[in-house]
Design a protein around this ligand. Sequence first.
Ligand SMILES: CC(C)(COP(=O)(O)OP(=O)(O)OC[C@H]1O[C@@H](n2cnc3c(N)ncnc32)[C@H](O)[C@@H]1O)[C@@H](O)C(=O)NCCC(=O)NCCS
Ligand SMILES: Nc1ncnc2c1ncn2[C@@H]1O[C@H](COP(=O)(O)OP(=O)(O)OP(=O)(O)O)[C@@H](O)[C@H]1O
Length: 229
Amino acid sequence: MFLVGLTGGIASGKSTVSSLLRELGCPVIDADVVARTVVEPQSPAYSLIVQHFGAEVLQENGEIDRKKLGHIIFANADKRRLLNSITHPEIHKAMFKQILLYFLKGYRYVILDVPLLFETRRLTRFLTHTVVVYCDPATQLSRLMQRDGLTQEEAGQRIAAQMPLNEKRGLASHVIDNSGSRDDTHRQVLRLHTKLEDSMEFLAVRAIAMATVAGLGGLLLYTVKLLVS
Ligand SMILES: CC(C)(COP(=O)(O)OP(=O)(O)OC[C@H]1O[C@@H](n2cnc3c(N)ncnc32)[C@H](O)[C@@H]1O)[C@@H](O)C(=O)NCCC(=O)NCCS
Ligand SMILES: Nc1ncnc2c1ncn2[C@@H]1O[C@H](COP(=O)(O)OP(=O)(O)OP(=O)(O)O)[C@@H](O)[C@H]1O
């Protein structure tokens, strides 16, 4: 199995692209969804968030008030780093468990939708392909303001909390330009899908896994022979 990293900037269209890939049958692990599960009440990350950010970031039902926490961390780089240091190890652990499940089910590849892929760099060494969903800065700003009901200043703050999209574009092995229409993006996604489906990288990984199993089997047999002789 091989891993494909899908990333981009805030509101550049990662979810739009990953939904299209899901519709085509690709397994996708969404780090934003995982990030919500690891901060559920009673989890270790939840306790640390309450300890460091106080009960004012909780809703009445005890769950994290994501809107409030977002306002705090996007306006303050130290607080953002603190939240990242609490959540990221838990997110990565949970993602690795999901990857393992897909591996055991026999999937040839898995797509990891991770907004901060190039900022944290923790996962990049495991990836065979990296895909950046790009859109031009003006489009990104207006889509973000519209979707999340943010002022220009708030949206600008959130964009500035990430590596510039142009820089991310230069690091990717594949770019999807989502500045245009949804149909245009759809066509690019179909091309990417064909590329992934035709990819043979999984064969190399499978060969290594089989060689390791065969090697271990041989070693076991040799040990048993030694013991009984
Ligand atoms: C700040 C939080 C509470 C805001 O929650 P909310 O539901 O409003 O937004 P959501 O989680 O859907 O994130 C929306 C987008 O914001 C951006 N974003 C989220 N966290 C961060 C961060 N720490 N730094 C920079 N950008 C971020 C990403 O592009 C993401 O796709 C939440 O994003 C969070 O807990 N972030 C820390 C964990 C994290 O880094 N998640 C990103 C996936 S690795
Ligand atoms: N090609 C497009 N044309 C018009 N609107 C689009 C297009 N692509 C995405 N959008 C809209 O732009 C917004 C951002 O897209 P999307 O939610 O897919 O981005 P994202 O990268 O997943 O965001 P986040 O980083 O916040 O998770 C959404 O409201 C979406 O409906």
